[in-house]
Structure formats: C-alpha cells, structure tokens
Design a protein around this ligand. Structure first.
Ligand SMILES: Cc1ncc(COP(=O)(O)O)c(C=O)c1O
Length: 221
C-alpha cells in the first residue's frame, strides 16, 4: 500500500498518523501485527476469500495474479475492449498476448464474443467490472470452465460491489483491486489480490515480494 495515503476523512487521517507513529512503513517489520497484515485479513474476511495480498497498485496485483496463475509467454489472455490500459498491459508484462473481446450494452465483457475469441492458446480471461458494473460473471465462468481458462476478475473499479449475493472479485480464481486516488477505497496508490487458491496465492506472493524469476516485472509491497 502506498504511504502517500489519501487521508480525506478523519478516520483515514488517524490511520495514517498511527502508521507513521509506529514507524513500520512496510509489511516486513511488523509481521502479522502490521497494518498491512490487518488490512489483508479484513479484506479477505469482507470478501469471503481465504487469501488476500496487498501490493503497491492494481497493476501490480494484476501482474501478480497472472504470475500466480502460471500465465506466461505464449499464452493468450482475453481482455475486454473497454478497460483501463493496465488490464492488457499486465498480460504483456508477463509475456502473454492480450486478445480483445467486445463489450456489451453493460460496457463489460460480452460472454458471447468471449466464446468466439477462444483459441488453443487461450489461458486466462480478465473480465473488468467497469465503473462499479459487474460483468456477467455467471456466463463468463461457464464459458471459462468449458475451455479450462483461469478467470481473474479486474475489480479495480468495483471494491465492495455485490453480484448475485457474491462480492465482485471473489467469484473468479482471483480478483484484483486498486486503491488509487479515484477508487472506492483510496490510499493514494495501492492494490490487492484475493483468491481461494493457496497455490496461486503463494506464487503471487513470491512474485510480488521478490520479483521471482518467472515475474518479469518487479513489484513491491
Ligand atoms: C479497470 C482498471 N484496471 C486496472 C487499474 C490499475 O490500477 P492502478 O492504477 O492502481 O495500478 C485501474 C486503475 O486505474 C483500473 O481502473
């Protein structure tokens, strides 16, 4: 999480001062008691996913999720044609090829067009929940399951939004959030990924913490 916290509320201001006062500005000195660990635990609890990893941006979270899912060179990643550039750039950052999928009237990924864009090289699909509108996740999960694709929800713009009783970001194999200045939760810069998959989580954590050899883009917490 960025320390340039946007302390735009009294609670935010108090939290910022608390972190500065403790002098533990990252996760590594505070261990399980660090503010980062507390945030991860609360985020995971709120979303109903066992694992959450806080990183320095939504873009880093997307890259870590792709690395965590084993997506790399030669793979195709299906992304909606309407999104912020980071969604496609994250695929490129891990050496994969972004493939554009049309959006429907909701301005999110069209599940019918998704079906048509799948090739033998398709590996992952990155639906984006634009402007707090959750993509048609039931249909997307069905297509993905039929073609053995990993689903990483780009929920950067939809922290806290519900879809048929489930939280955006908790439906796919991993979900990714941004906490930049324009998002539902703001920390100046910041991001997180959540997942139910312990292996994906472990690989994502390694890539975010150490810039492991299979992570071409160094990311830091
Ligand atoms: C849909 C979407 N994906 C990814 C990102 C990247 O997030 P960040 O700016 O925290 O890197 C953003 C943020 O602008 C976004 O809106």
């Amino acid at each position: 999480m960025g320390l340039a916290a946007m302390a735009t509320t009294e609670r935010g201001m108090a939290a910022t001062v608390r972190v500065l006062g403790r002098g533990e500005l990252g996760r590594f000195t505070g261990g399980d008691r660090s503010e980062v660990a507390r945030f991860e635990s609360e985020l995971a609890g709120f979303l109903g996913t066992p694992h959450a990893l806080a990183v320095n941006s939504g873009t880093s979270a997307l890259v870590a999720a792709l690395v965590g899912a084993g997506v790399g060179p030669g793979d195709e990643v299906l992304v909606p044609a309407y999104t912020w550039v980071s969604t496609a750039a994250a695929a490129l950052a891990v050496g994969a090829v972004p493939v554009l999928v049309e959006v429907d009237a909701s301005l999110t990924m069209d599940p019918a067009d998704l079906k048509d864009r799948i090739t033998p090289r398709s590996r992952a699909v990155l639906p984006v929940h634009m402007l707090n509108h959750v993509a048609d996740m039931d249909a997307i999960m069905e297509v993905a399951a039929a073609h053995d694709l990993v689903v990483i929800e780009d929920a950067c713009q939809a922290v806290g939004v519900m879809y048929r009783g489930r939280a955006a970001g908790s439906i796919g194999h991993a979900g990714v959030f941004s906490f930049n200045q324009h998002k539902n939760i703001r920390s100046g810069e910041g991001g997180a990924l959540v997942t139910r998959d312990p292996k994906l989580f472990e690989r994502a954590s390694m890539s975010a913490a150490t810039s492991a050899p299979d992570s071409p883009v160094p990311t830091r917490t």
